[in-house]
Design a binder for this molecule. Structure first.
Ligand SMILES: Nc1nc2c(ncn2[C@@H]2O[C@H](COP(=O)(O)OP(=O)(O)O)[C@@H](O)[C@H]2O)c(=O)[nH]1
Ligand SMILES: [Mg+2]
Length: 205
């Protein structure tokens, strides 16, 4: 992959928070969705990519599950473009009820099925976690639908280099190398690679 080290984020703004897929309304801009379970680092990833504390991080119990939409303007190779980032609500790990999961799945599926602007899905995953059957279901769904997706392993700053290599090797049995990213929102590792993938994907669609 060509590393795009001259990408500049010109501006970004929160557009709206929506609870139902049809509230997106017709913004004819390509979109990247960030999905994954709670607390894996979706919002922190967005903030690091944009170099701005725009998405709210940390657990917010009791807050309505919303999809936050951000408009991002960037410059690459002297061309200016815009893209929408959608930050999805997650769901927890322990004792996830079927109802909670089904609600989440319904939201995600309806949103993606009715939104022709989505060009890429970034599935965000805490590198210290194991995949469970709900993650496997999500993965199968992404593959079945043939959605263009990448897998971002976060919080690598919390692990030794050796353990990261071992964990990565495990995930490589499921994902291709070019779709798998190691990332830390703490020190920014992986930011350039992920931004490059995003920009290259946008340029080819
Ligand atoms: N050390 C470290 N902490 C992280 C990283 N990413 C997220 N966090 C922390 O994990 C918590 C959850 O992050 P958040 O972005 O809100 O997760 P979200 O629920 O998936 O949006 C917050 O306390 C973050 O500061 C990372 O790469 N490294
Ligand atoms: Mg979040």
């Amino acid at each position: 992959m060509k590393l795009a080290n001259n990408i500049k984020i010109i501006a970004c703004q929160h557009i709206k928070s929506i609870v139902k897929p049809d509230e997106r309304s017709d913004m004819s801009l390509p979109e990247i969705s960030f999905i994954g379970r709670s607390n894996v680092g979706k919002s922190s990833l967005i903030n690091r990519l944009l170099m701005k504390r725009i998405a709210r991080t940390g657990s917010t119990p009791g807050v309505t599950k919303v999809i936050n939409l951000y408009k991002v303007q960037y410059q690459y190779d002297n061309t200016k473009n815009s893209v929408v980032f959608s930050d999805f609500p997650g769901f927890g790990y322990a004792r996830v009820s079927k109802k909670t999961y089904d609600e989440w799945k319904g939201l995600v599926e309806t949103y993606f099925d009715s939104n022709r602007y989505i060009k890429l899905i970034a599935w965000v995953f805490d590198i210290r976690r194991e995949m469970d059957h709900l993650d496997a279901m999500l993965h199968n769904w992404l593959k079945d639908k043939d959605y263009e997706h990448i897998f971002v392993l976060t919080k690598i700053d919390k692990m030794s280099k050796n353990d990261i290599t071992i964990r990565k090797r495990g995930f490589l049995s499921i994902f291709n190398e070019e779709r798998l990213f190691l990332f830390s929102s703490k020190d920014g590792t992986g930011r350039e690679e992920i931004l490059s993938y995003i920009v290259n994907t946008m340029a080819s669609c």
